[in-house]
Design a protein around this ligand. Structure first.
Ligand code: NDP
Ligand code: OAA
Length: 399
């Protein structure tokens, strides 16, 4: 742990800005490992001007030695996610398999001398690593291998997320915000929240922000405008090839997309499929799944919760459906349009238009998620699993 001692974390009190002695603390239970120490004494002194600091925020990241984390952790440490006056403690979860790599990650974080990075701890026990976590970014998951049934993937990864849900329930902050990235992320998020009954179900998200960003990019390219002109972009449903990028409610320069892009066939066919299959095409080209853009989208997802949503706009995130105003089945994790006041919480957007094309596709994604849910009933405390997944059920990367 780059345990940079944060002696005066209160927002109102001036705190020393320069890092003091640091050390790498390994939060390993079995086997015990020696504590690694890395001195930051030689670091140049940053300016000691008084400045208001917020209280330290504890951010836990699983799969921390993986590709997405390799991009994300440095963004978290730099201040671009939680802000330039927000000191941060990173709690990194790995496994026996990844612990050496994780030590390397911690060393790189230390060597980056981020003034806001007050502590880096690494470990393989979620009950230790998640202690007091206020944000949990759950990225680690087993990738689907050749010949592996999707039901097997749901089961293997579901067990990881059931265990992590239990750990969060035991040791995390009671108001921890959880973003599940590891696939299949909607159902993993459902499993996680079901295993964490003491944490509000509303606090769990499945990452569909990458899909939103991909959809905005495609609309901007087609309309010949810059990305920031595209707003109100909803991804409905599952982070899979049944996801529904909503061009009925999206806007370009404040006008309905269909008024700007008159090519309805393109919107219904090409645009929709391009977004649904973007992850797979990228894997074909790159030989690995999206990592940098996924990290960017995790940043966007967090920033959307800790900053007020711009007037009239919204963002997409996969959340628990209970009490949704759209008529989507209850008790699943479904991507829907949300707004936030910037306090980490969100509200569903009520005034969205619906037509037959949109609703038919939403129902298909809903059916897929209900089938996934039946496959993991043994992990959500709802009896015996029964797996009858639709044949075309695929992650974006599996096309
Ligand atoms: N929702 C979204 O928009 C997106 C989601 N994803 C998903 O994010 C996840 C992570 O992606 P990425 O960082 O690129 O993957 P990597 O393969 O680089 O890292 C994944 C990490 O998962 C951990 N893991 C946990 N259990 C297993 C297991 N049984 N076998 C192998 N590894 C395991 C490993 O860490 P350790 O050994 O430390 O546990 C590994 O470092 C994947 O599930 C991917 O499908 C990817 C892109 C977009
Ligand atoms: O299937 C994967 O791992 C990749 C993925 O989710 C995406 O790119 O959207």
């Amino acid at each position: 742990m780059a345990a940079i001692d944060l002696s005066s974390p209160a927002r109102s009190s001036p705190a020393p800005l320069s890092p003091r002695r640091g050390s790498l603390h390994l939060l390993l239970r079995r086997p015990r490992r020696p504590t690694l120490r890395c001195s930051l004494d030689a670091a140049p002194k940053s300016d000691e001007k008084t400045k208001s600091w917020k209280s330290l925020v504890n951010v836990a990241v699983s799969g921390a030695a993986g590709m997405i984390s390799n991009h994300l952790l440095f963004k978290l440490a730099s201040g671009e996610v939680f802000g330039p006056d927000q000191p941060i403690a990173l709690k990194l979860l790995g496994s026996e398999r990844s612990i050496q790599a994780l030590e390397g990650v911690a060393m790189e974080l230390e060597d980056s001398l981020y003034p806001l990075l007050r502590e880096v701890s690494i470990g393989i026990d979620p009950y230790v690593v998640f202690e007091d976590a206020e944000w949990a970014l759950l990225i680690g998951a087993k990738p689907r291998g050749p010949g592996m049934e999707r039901s097997a993937l749901l089961d293997i990864n579901g067990q990881i997320f059931a265990e992590q849900g239990k750990a969060l329930n035991s040791v995390a902050s009671r108001n921890v915000k959880v973003i599940v990235v590891g696939n299949p992320c909607n159902t993993n998020a459902l499993i996680c929240l079901k295993n964490a009954p003491n944490i509000p179900a509303k606090n769990f998200h499945a990452l569909t922000r990458l899909d939103e960003n991909r959809a905005k990019c495609q609309l901007a390219l087609k309309a010949g405008v810059f990305y920031d002109k595209v707003s109100n972009m909803t991804i409905w449903g599952n982070h899979s090839t049944t996801q529904v990028p909503d061009f009925l409610n999206a806007k370009i320069n404040g006008r309905p997309v269909k008024e700007v892009i008159k090519d309805t066939k393109w919107l219904e066919d090409e645009f929709t499929k391009t977004v649904q299959k973007r992850g797979g095409v990228l894997i074909q080209k790159w030989g690995r799944s999206s990592a940098a853009s996924t990290a960017v989208s995790i940043v966007d997802a967090i920033r959307s919760l800790v900053n007020p949503t711009p007037e009239g706009d919204w963002f997409s995130t996969g959340v628990y459906t209970t009490g949704n105003p759209y008529g989507i089945a209850e008790d699943i994790v479904f991507s829907m349009p949300c707004r936030s006041k910037g306090d980490g919480d969100y509200e569903l957007v009520k005034d969205v238009a619906m037509d037959d094309f949109l609703w038919e596709r939403i129902k298909k994604s809903e059916a897929e998620l209900l089938a996934e849910k039946r496959c993991v009933a043994h992990l959500t405390g709802e009896g015996n699993a029964f797996c009858d997944l639709p044949g075309d059920t695929m992650l974006p990367g599996e096309m």
